[in-house]
Design a protein around this ligand. Structure first.
Ligand code: GTP
Ligand code: MG
Length: 350
């Protein structure tokens, strides 16, 4: 079993006890009316016990079964000829791998088949697996805790990608690893979003910094200051969903990032994009646009349990190889796990 995080203890960069220079950020006091609260979009089932690895694999396989069915059938008793390559090309394109990665994999596979004189379908399938793992491996990177104190993470993405849910899951995983966590409700557009995060924070012993004024940069700044003053291990900054085409909102996101840097030098230490795995090739456009605007340090891909096809990771690896820290296959805490290239390919080409 591999561990969820890598941990590196460091000396605190800020004196934890130092009083904040700015007025103290509001404590998560508001005892929100929990009785009337609707089911929380980001609520995660904390009661469930961590599941064995096998269960994660079988559910990842189930999530990617459309692609694995399309790919695997090609190799059963197949003759290694142009027809096979044509069908493979179509199946890879269908999987959201995109033109570039598809062509790359096909060319590499043809070379390998020739070099190693592969004759049967099963061998060719194994060769494709190997090539796919080699392609995705550079995206695999353990998420290291304890590099900075606080470790400041900014989380962005289009509407409904799974940002807030993922932050909730990560917060629980981090707590389980002995980290104190503070969240900033940077989604200041919707009062409901703020409220939900506050309620969730109270229930889960996570401090939430929120502001009615509605300036996401100011909330983020306060959160970083507060994290420094409290000696918090991790500060996660949620942001409102936005499309890369909404240029003023992308500018706002850049400002949030700049202002976080004013709160703590070198922060944010992680600038993450959350992607809905069902988005298809558009996900690549999102990676490019958010990376151009924010210089992303990592990705989190959610909802690989739905109609997702999984090939998008190959496209990302070829076109804009931003590390994929975590992948999500559902709403429970254990449904978010570190990305592992070999495991992912095993599910994709089961
Ligand atoms: N099936 C499935 N659903 C997920 C997963 N991750 C998140 N969701 C669901 O996706 C929906 C949207 O999640 P949110 O976390 O609210 O998304 P968001 O990006 O914060 O949305 P906005 O703040 O509105 O932009 C919720 O219903 C989540 O439960 C996943 O891995 N699998
Ligand atoms: Mg949200």
């Amino acid at each position: 079993m591999f561990s969820f995080f890598k941990k590196k203890p460091v000396a605190p960069e800020a004196a934890p006890a130092a009083p904040a220079a700015t007025p103290a950020a509001p404590a998560p006091s508001a005892p929100a009316s929990t009785e009337t609260a609707a089911p929380l979009a980001f609520e995660v089932d904390t009661a469930a016990k961590p599941e064995p690895k096998q269960s994660w694999m079988s559910r990842l396989k189930a999530g990617l079964s459309k692609t694995s069915a399309n790919l695997s059938i090609l190799f059963v008793g197949a003759k290694i000829d142009d027809d096979l390559y044509d069908e493979l090309e179509a199946a890879l394109l269908m999987s959201d791998a995109g033109v570039d990665a598809t062509q790359y994999l096909l060319d590499a596979l043809k070379r390998k088949v020739k070099e190693d004189k592969l004759l049967d379908g099963a061998q060719v399938k194994e060769a494709l697996k190997r090539l796919m793992i080699d392609l995705l491996q550079p995206l695999q990177r353990p998420f290291e805790l304890g590099r900075h104190q606080p470790l400041v993470m900014m989380i962005s993405g289009v509407n409904g990608a799974g940002k807030t849910t993922t932050i909730g899951k990560l917060a629980k995983h981090m707590q389980a690893h002995g980290q104190s966590v503070l969240l900033a409700a940077g989604d200041t557009f919707r009062a409901a979003a703020r409220e939900q995060l506050m309620v969730w924070g109270e229930r889960n012993n996570v401090t939430v910094i929120s502001q009615e004024s509605g300036d996401p940069a100011a909330v983020s700044f306060d959160a970083v200051q507060s994290g420094k003053a409290r000696g918090t291990n991790v500060v996660m900054i949620d942001t409102a969903g936005r499309l890369p085409t909404q240029l003023h909102l992308m500018e706002e996101l850049k400002k949030v990032k700049r202002v976080i840097g004013k709160g703590m030098e070198g922060a944010p230490h992680e600038t993450l994009l959350v992607i809905d795995g069902n988005t298809g090739q558009n996900a690549l456009a999102q990676v490019k646009a958010f990376d151009d605007a924010l210089q992303l340090s990592g990705l989190i891909i959610t909802k690989l349990d739905g109609t997702a096809k999984g090939g998008i990771l190959a496209a990302i690896a070829r076109v804009r190889p931003v590390p994929v820290y975590f992948i999500g296959i559902g709403e429970k805490i254990e449904d978010l796990q570190p990305f592992n290239a070999a495991e992912f390919v095993e599910a994709l080409l089961a």
